[in-house]
Design a protein around this ligand. Structure first.
Ligand code: ADP
Ligand code: MG
Length: 342
């Protein structure tokens, strides 16, 4: 449905705001782009509706290069909500909601019906339609902003930090509402945030960016379970990592504080070297934040033998039936896939 192919944006001053983005999403997904301020999220969004043209690469919607669609037409086909643009104060709520339907020349009757329908979806009273924005609270106005993006029933909606300025309670309820609406209406939503809680709550797919580059993409669960690197781990935060892996403890918490550990970015031969030096036949595998991920021992490494073997034997008789360059990370992954308890 939405595809990025080598998408790069270099601004006139030479700033590489987005750097070789390659991504593909199915329709009907809630896609959340997340990353620190300045990492290129807004630039990416604006390239989707051609408010910004990529310097290199191409974006496809339903298989069609968006370059072939007139920008004005494209923008009518894609909903867009941003944090800053509030409602137009001189227009009623009905008129605000119906902006795009009017551009699309929907008849008055149909626009009114659609606006009513939308208010109903979020349990707001119909009489709001004839009020002006100042007659609504900030949270209600933002809710209308969301409805406005849904009004023309476009299949794709872009939302750039739409809830950034809201108080936490309003924000939380709008997140719930948006998620429900998205599932009910089957929309594809591309949503930008710098808040990991928001991303985890809303996303089917999370895209993590840093300095214009893609760092990791996956479901919230995949990202929580296997953060690609320290940046992602830090971004997620230790608390959330531990919550996501309730049966996993930190090394400090386990019974034996003297247990020997190896980090997941080491190779198996390095792991074996550690076993040899420390004269142990098992290691605890930890990530760089010392969160315990698994347990590796000679039995697991030596897949050809049924009985436990000693490191010494393994090393001396060279029984190890694995590539020594394999990363501990990959071994742990395999072990977890096979469902071995540790
Ligand atoms: P985000 O939305 O993730 O905060 P942006 O996409 O707005 O990031 O910006 C990405 C980078 O590009 C930033 O370093 C920003 O300063 C820079 N940038 C954004 N717009 C322009 C512009 N019009 N000209 C030059 N640099 C820009
Ligand atoms: Mg931005």
């Amino acid at each position: 449905m939405l595809k990025f192919e080598h998408v790069t944006k270099i601004y006139k001053d030479g700033k590489r705001a987005v750097d070789d983005l390659n991504l593909e999403f199915k329709s009907g997904q809630f896609i959340v782009f997340i990353g620190p301020s300045g990492c290129g999220k807004t630039t990416t969004m604006k390239m989707i509706n051609r408010l910004i043209e990529p310097t290199e690469g191409a974006i496809y919607i339903n298989g069609k290069n968006i370059k072939e669609t007139d920008p004005v037409k494209l923008r009518r086909e894609i909903g867009y909500v941003i944090q800053q643009i509030g409602l137009f104060p001189h227009m009623t709520i009905q008129q605000n909601i119906s902006l795009v339907p009017r551009l699309l020349k929907w008849p008055e009757e149909k626009r009114r019906e659609r606006a009513k329908e939308l208010l109903k979806l979020v349990d707001m009273p119909e009489e709001f339609l004839d009020r002006y924005p100042y007659g609504l609270s900030g949270g209600q106005q933002q809710r209308i902003g969301v409805l406005r993006a849904l009004a023309a029933d476009q299949p794709l909606i872009l939302m750039d930090e739409p809830f950034g300025a809201l108080d936490p309670i309003t924000r939380d309820s709008l997140q719930d509402e948006l998620k429900k609406l998205q599932q009910r209406l089957g929309k594809t939503i591309v949503f930008v945030t710098h808040d990991m809680d928001e991303a985890i709550k809303l996303a089917d797919q999370i895209v993590i960016m840093r300095e214009g580059k893609l760092v990791q993409t996956g479901t919230p669960d995949e990202i929580l379970r296997e953060p690609a690197n320290e940046f992602v781990e830090t971004f997620i935060g230790k608390e959330r990592l531990l919550q996501a892996r309730p049966n996993i403890q930190t090394v400090e918490q386990i019974m034996n504080p003297n247990a020997v550990t190896v980090t997941i970015d080491k190779t198996l031969s390095e792991a074996i070297q550690i076993m040899k030096e420390k004269r142990v036949d098992s290691l605890l595998v930890v990530d760089r934040r010392k969160v315990l991920l698994g347990y590796i021992n000679v039995e697991i490494i030596d897949q050809n033998r049924k009985k436990p073997v000693h490191v010494k034997d393994v090393l001396e008789t060279n029984l190890i039936a694995v590539e020594k360059d394999t990363l501990v990370r990959d071994t742990v992954r395999k072990i977890l896939k096979r469902g071995i308890k540790y």
